[in-house]
Write a protein that binds this ligand. Sequence first.
Ligand SMILES: *Cc1c(COP(=O)(O)O)cnc(C)c1O
Length: 380
Amino acid sequence: MKIRYFDHAATTPVSENVLKAMLPYFTYEYGNASSLYTIGRQSKKAIDEARRKVATAIGAKHNEIYFTSCGSESDNLAIKGVAYANQSKGKHIITSKIEHHAVLNACKTLERQGFEVTYLDVDEKGFVSIEQLVKSIKPTTILISIMFANNEIGTLQPIELIGNIAKQKGILFHTDSVQAVGNVRINVNQLHIDLLSMSAHKFYGPKGIGALYVREGVEFEKIQDGGHQERDKRAGTENVAEIVGLGEAIEEIYQNYDTYNEKLIELRDYYISEIQKRIPNVKLNGDVKKRLPGNANLSFPYINAQELLLDLDEKGICASAGSACSSGEASPSHVLTAIGLIPEFAEGTLRVTFGKDNTREDVEYLIETIQTIYDDKILK
Ligand SMILES: *Cc1c(COP(=O)(O)O)cnc(C)c1O
């Protein structure tokens, strides 16, 4: 059966050019980038090249990019790294209730170690309140960590405004941009971002490679001990092939930015409007405009999204639910809870995330399939 993939927020397939660029570094270009002989130097050169591509994509300098093993590691290194290095100035951190677990659980760990964390509320569309943010700032606040784009409901936060506030107050600003990189144009200077996390597998690069941007001069401690790789901030022999893949993927996605963006928005808006036309009382979660181009998060009343996912899977469709199924009970995610979605809606929440290779025909099939399943369940 043909697979129709609508779960690009979970992961994306590796693009062909990215794979091609990576392959030599699995085979004959196997040198350790720290070695002085020719194949070692070639690996180092490939890493330098990838670092430049990542830096260019977000308006940073190449010496502000650190490669990590994933988005989760980047978040941990940013938050714990800044906390440990700056604790003499204060031990208070501000984040939000709808962050990815890599951020939330890093903050929980810091709380157990004596740090104080404020988790900002969000409104019904998933926006943090700037007023609450400003009120939460204390003399001891050392870090604000607010995600660029939410992975479930797609909401884009007012990053420039938050960056500005942080800058004026002399507080460091980290943003988990794992969903935003590739989908939003980002300039770390214009947006006043001090630290930014990304992950290649969310934009057609390989899994298991991420990067952290850290503004020059910002102090952070390494969280992994070992050798002196990544300017002594991240120990471990460099994963050359994956680093090359990350560099290629970020360059490719921004080269095609306008084309992909236009396409994703068109597919997304078509899907949302058709579903709302055909099925009564379907609720769009997140904001209509300030959302990721490929994200459609809809709540279907009287539908169990877990069951819907299995039915869709039988038809070759991959999507995601907004609730985690544990012991047969669907409990709404922390994001859906934070936006105040009532359980009846939360249970029926389906996240569809479009990608560059989806076609209009794929989306027609998705809409028809959802309608058929809905009619079978509700109207039988
Ligand atoms: C996927 C994701 C992560 C984690 O990235 P990994 O590379 O899978 O560890 C972190 N934050 C957000 C918002 C994500 O979507």
